[in-house]
Design a protein around this ligand. Structure first.
Ligand code: AHM
Ligand code: MG
Length: 424
């Protein structure tokens, strides 16, 4: 015999197991058993007949169910499957679910990741597929374009313009920002500034290169509404692109090296994902990266030292003085590929610098798609990005390909550099 609760009468009636079974109700023997259904609370207590109130019944039922849920959650948390991986895609889903990023931004980042996978494959096979060497043209900045510069630019533009979430694209390899056809932009109007392949002079020697990007929301002061007037459209694209780094919605880079590593921030810390070529996915490998506060590595092209301002010269001289550093001066490391040099600085600490000099007072690196994204990542990891006198993220660009001096890395190291260059 078992007892089951009937809703209509509010009574617990004696009922045979077989009869309960025939009505589709499961009955436990000697063990209280409940479910959370308001209408079919089932209790098996041999020999007890009494009325239960609705409140009592629902409290018993819900307590039992809550305990069951808690137990099964604990079990599933403890039991980690050996096949469990956390990919860029799952990370983006999580941020989107939390409301940290919009669905549109998640799509933009996924499109960038797709472009990076394609470029990683092209870089890997460059020597085999005749993709080394120059393309035979110069970009607007008078630099010889490598074949892979041109191809990588196409890859980035294709992935971003077909994702339907971008309004304007600005590239190191393009004279002017390009408006995405609005018939394709069915939702979202993000602005993406990118250097599709930075450090490309290193490619033919098989040395690390990378892609860098920054993503902005459309400027509120300049809505993209002039699609019938080509001149006005270009003007609006430029205004939308020229936003300060502190307004970045996302910044990141992808390093093509012994492994392909994508590092990015959406303003909630810095995360790194390594491409697993066996499954074609970026897998979370660097969680909430923090740049060491100090680090005794400096990364400058010292061949230019005689052309630098006295402040920067004195600073470098001080790093080499053993007496100042307990007998062990700073180490010099310079690949000449910003993504590689920055990635090492992010993980090991230290400073990367490209100062202005007598010939180029603003140095070489471009604000929108090199200095601002790297400074954003540095700050998100607890470091700093400075021109030597100004915080890079505060600079409002006045031209798409504007250059600025950049010193980026560990907070204490950049502050030490500034002690030589500020107010001098
Ligand atoms: P690029 O965008 O034309 O490739 O130039 C940028 C690169 C950076 O990756 C690197 O830090 C710098 O130029 C190296 O310049 P230099 O050879 O003058 O040291
Ligand atoms: Mg570049």
């Amino acid at each position: 015999m078992a007892i089951s609760a009937s809703r209509d009468a509010g009574l617990i009636r004696k009922e045979s197991s077989s009869r309960a079974w025939s009505r589709g109700v499961s009955v436990a023997r000697g063990v209280p058993k409940t479910s959370c259904s308001r209408f079919s609370t089932k209790i098996a207590m041999p020999g007890i007949v009494r009325r239960v109130t609705t409140a009592e019944r629902s409290s018993i039922a819900c307590k039992a169910t809550a305990a069951t849920v808690e137990k099964s959650t604990k079990q599933s948390q403890q039991k980690k499957s050996e096949y469990e991986i956390f990919t860029l895609t799952t990370w983006l889903f999580k941020l989107e679910k939390e409301g940290t990023i919009s669905n549109e931004l998640a799509v933009v980042v996924s499109s960038i990741a797709l472009a990076c996978k394609q470029i990683a494959s092209l870089v890997n096979r460059a020597g085999i597929s005749n993709l080394t060497g120059v393309a035979g043209a110069q970009n607007v900045q008078g630099e010889d374009q490598k074949k892979l510069d041109v191809v990588s630019n196409e890859v980035f533009k294709n992935c971003l313009s077909t994702c339907g979430r971008t309004g304007v694209l600005a590239s190191e390899e393009e004279d002017l920002p390009v408006a995405v056809d609005i018939t394709d932009a069915y939702s979202g109007n993000y602005i993406v500034c990118f250097d599709p392949l930075d450090g490309s002079s290193n490619i033919d020697a098989g040395i690390s290169v990378g892609s860098i990007w920054g993503v902005y929301e459309p400027s509120e002061q300049c809505p993209m509404d002039a699609h019938d007037d080509p001149n006005k459209l270009v003007e609006q694209c430029v205004v939308n692109v020229c936003q300060p780094g502190k307004d970045l919605a996302c910044a990141g880079y992808c390093l093509y090296s012994s492994s392909t590593i994508l590092v990015l921030s959406v303003g909630t810390g810095v995360y790194g994902f390594t491409l697993d070529p066996t499954i074609g996915e970026f897998v979370l490998t660097h969680k909430d990266v923090k740049i060491p506060d100090k680090g005794k590595i400096y990364s400058f092209n010292e061949g230019n030292m005689d052309l630098w301002d006295k402040g920067v010269q004195d600073y470098i001289t001080s790093l080499k003085n053993p007496e100042k550093w307990d007998g062990k001066p700073y180490s010099a490391r310079y690949i000449g590929s910003l993504v590689g040099d920055f990635h090492r600085t992010l993980l090991y600490g230290g400073i990367y610098g490209y100062p202005g000099d007598k010939k180029n007072k603003n140095g070489k690196l471009r604000l929108l798609y090199e200095c601002a994204p790297m400074s954003f990542l540095a700050e998100q990891a607890g470091g700093l990005g400075s021109t030597g006198t100004t915080r890079i993220l505060d600079i409002v660009p006045d031209a798409v390909h504007q250059r600025v001096p950049m010193f980026v890395g560990s907070k204490r190291e950049v502050e030490y550099l500034e002690s030589f260059t500020k107010n001098k």
